[in-house]
Every structure is written in C-alpha cells, then in structure tokens.
Design a protein around this ligand. Structure first.
Ligand SMILES: C[S@@+](CC[C@H](N)C(=O)[O-])C[C@H]1O[C@@H](n2cnc3c(N)ncnc32)[C@H](O)[C@@H]1O
Length: 391
C-alpha cells in the first residue's frame, strides 16, 4: 500500500482512521499515508493488516504532533451526532474528540484538512456542530467548504448521505468540492427487483431504499450489529426477506470483499459490521482525492449569501465569518450503477429469522408508517415460512 517507486501525488495523516476507507480511496487517487491514528482494537487489527508499513498511533489524546503531510483526514466519531446515537452533540465524550484535531493543527500546516461526518450534524442542536467546526477552522485561518454527498454516486447500491468538509489556508476548497455536479439520476436508474430496509426499525421509519441498501451503520437502536435486510419480491418462499453477508457490506462501502477479516483475530464477528458501518465509502474518498490533486474552477457567483442564523444547507463555503450556500446536488458524479442484486452474493444471503421478521412486522402494523401492501404480505408469508415447526 505504500513505498512505491513513483513519488506520491500527496501525503496523508489519517486521524480516527477506522478501517481506512478515506485512506484507501485517497491512495487510489495517488496519495500515500504517513500516519494512522486509531484506538479501537478491531479497527487497529485491520489497519495493521492492510497498511502494515504505516506507523499507527493509538489515541489522538496522546498524539503530540502531526507529521508533515499535505492532507490531514478526520472522519471523527459520530456517536454523539447521529440519529441512531446519543445526540449529546459536538462536545459529547466521543464526538468531542475532534477538538484534538484543532489543537494539533495549531502546530501543523497541511495544505488540506478533510473532515467527514453524518448528515444529522447539519441539524442537531440547530446546527451547533457545524458552527463549532467552522469557528475552529476560521480561528486557525482556514477557508472551508462542505458538501453532502450520497455514496450511490460512486456506483455502489448503498444510500448513504455524509458531509464532506474540506479546509485550506492556501487553496480554495470550493474548487475541490463544487467543480463536479452530475445531478441526481431519475427513478428509472433503479430496478424494482429488490428493496433495502432496516428490520431493526419499524416504529418511526424503515430506511426504505429501492435497489439499494439504506445507510450501513455503526450501531442500531437495538444495540446490536445492524445488518439491514433486503426484500426480493420475486424470490421463492422463505427467501424473499434476507440479510446480506458482511462481505456484501464491505463491497457496498467500496472495499474489496474480506477487507475486515483481520478483525476476527481480536474477537467475535459483531465488530465487523460496526467497522464497515463507520467507514467512509471508498469511492467518495477517491473522487475527493482526484479533486485534491486537480481542483476545478468553481464559479463563486453560484453561491447564495447565508446569514449566521440560517440553517446549514446541503452545501456551503465560507471564510472569515462570511458564508455562502451552494445549490449543488448530492451526486458530484454518476458512476455506472451496480444494481443491488448484482452486488450481493445471492448464495450467501441469509433468510431473516422468524423472530426478527415477526417482531418487525408487528412493529410495522402498530405504527402509522405507510408501506406497499405487497411488502406487508411478503412479511407475513416469510413469518409463516420461517415459523418453527412444532411436533
Ligand atoms: C467514524 S469512525 C472513522 C471511520 C474511518 N474514516 C473509516 O473510513 O473507516 C471514527 C473512528 O474514531 C475512532 N476513535 C475513537 N476514539 C478515538 C481516539 N481517542 N483516538 C483515535 N481514534 C479514536 C473510533 O474507534 C472509530 O474507528
């Protein structure tokens, strides 16, 4: 992964590295990682396996200094920011660790800083987390831009919306984030032979996704490894409501299948779902890396002035206290789309258990959620197909 004869296009320090989704994508665009920082055992096992030559520092709280690199990445913990999490906010125990990035940046001058987190960060506590990030970056003299993107633009069938923020003192981050806009594709891009949903939900939402899996998550409301489920309307009885394998999930995030196998060395399989759910989709980072090495030419007249009391829009940029919203889509590019049933290994799909399907079905029946009648019928049929036989 490192040490090639060709000098890298840019160098990276990867903080909160997880399983290296950002780094893997940035490598595909010519980057080379000089430092990884990650505290969690299963994630460290994956990083050591996949980036064996890169120094790995454990805890950001004991990292004194950043190496000299062109890019510093920080996909910091979303635990206190995401809807599925504790929502304590940007000063929560886990998400609050981002303050160490700003402390480290006082004595470092990377050309680019890349921050990534969940969509909910734009609205939680009236957007307080975004305001904090912006204030910190501006206090250090950075210009910033951010954009909400949907991982499906990279061609993977996973609907995943994440905020990508880029900041720089020397360059204009708008040329990185806003130079591409392919627009959202029409509904006809997606097939109607498979639908993703969260069987752990059913009270307030389903995470319903056509020809895609809803966002893979690090945890679920039920506190269990959160594999989503798939409804395949034309599948035979007992195989219409299924869950994908962890290898499918890895590929849904743009990783090679088996990427997190090394995590098994340090424990049970459960953490693999969390590792994959936490990661940045590799193709998103690759697009970003291409634009970091070759920024475009964004026309600033395209921005709309924002006041500090306005809500944070889907994309914006600013510096020195001034802000502009940018009306771009969540699809900077449109790569060839892999349909959900073409990605998953259909032989390894697991029928959702009787208990899980029955529980989900009854939550759904009690809720006011609207769903297709055919889906409810399929759930009932699956419950019957999976019902344990009594002798
Ligand atoms: C959202 S994940 C990052 C995912 C990563 N960008 C990827 O693509 O895999 C946040 C990571 O921060 C790590 N983390 C939490 N506390 C940390 C600490 N004190 N020092 C370093 N890393 C920490 C977590 O273990 C988790 O893997």
């Amino acid at each position: 992964m490192t040490g090639s004869a060709v000098p890298p296009a840019f160098t990276i320090a990867g903080l909160f590295a997880g399983i290296g989704g950002l780094e893997l994508g940035l490598h595909a665009a010519g980057g080379e990682t000089k430092l990884l920082c990650e505290v969690w055992g299963p994630a460290k096992a994956v990083l050591k396996d996949k980036f064996p030559d890169v120094p790995l520092h454990e805890d950001i709280q004991t990292l004194d200094k950043l190496p000299k690199t062109d890019v510093v990445t920080a996909g910091f913990p979303c635990t206190d920011l995401s809807q599925a999490g504790r929502t304590a906010g940007i000063h929560g125990e886990a998400s609050g660790l981002i303050k160490h990035l700003f402390e480290l940046l006082r004595d470092a001058s990377p050309r680019w800083v890349v921050i990534e987190n969940v969509r909910n960060m734009l609205v939680l506590g009236k957007g307080h987390a975004m305001s904090y990030l912006v204030e910190q970056l501006e206090g250090l003299g950075y210009r910033w831009a951010y954009r909400l993107v949907d991982s499906r633009f990279t061609g993977v069938p996973q609907r995943r919306q994440r905020v990508i923020m880029v900041a720089s003192k020397e360059d204009d981050p708008t040329n990185v984030l806003f130079s591409d806009d392919a627009g959202e594709p029409g509904d006809d891009r997606f097939k109607d032979d498979a639908y993703g949903f969260y069987w752990t939900e059913g009270n307030t939402g389903l995470g319903w996704a056509k020809d895609a899996i809803p966002t893979l998550k690090g945890g679920s409301g039920l506190g269990i490894p959160s594999s989503p489920a798939i409804w395949i309307p034309d599948a035979p009885r007992g195989q219409a409501i299924v869950t994908p394998s962890i290898e499918d999930a890895e590929q849904l995030q743009g990783f090679p299948r088996g990427w997190t196998e090394a995590a098994l060395e340090v424990g049970k399989p459960g953490p693999r779902w969390k590792l994959v759910g936490n990661a940045v989709t590799v193709g998103v980072a690759e697009w970003l890396g291409r634009r970091l090495t070759s920024p475009g030419d964004f026309d600033h007249d395209y921005g709309v002035p924002l006041s500090p009391i306005d809500k944070w829009p889907k994309a914006a940029w600013g510096s020195s206290g001034k802000r502009w919203a940018v009306p771009v889509s969540l699809w900077p590019e449109q790569h060839q789309y892999t349909h959900l049933l073409d990605l998953v290994n259909q032989e390894e799909l697991t029928p959702l258990s009787f208990k899980a399907t029955a529980g989900f079905h009854s939550r759904l029946e009690r809720s006011s959620l609207r769903t297709q009648e055919a889906f409810k019928i399929a759930l009932k049929e699956h419950v019957e197909a999976m019902r344990p036989q009594t002798s």
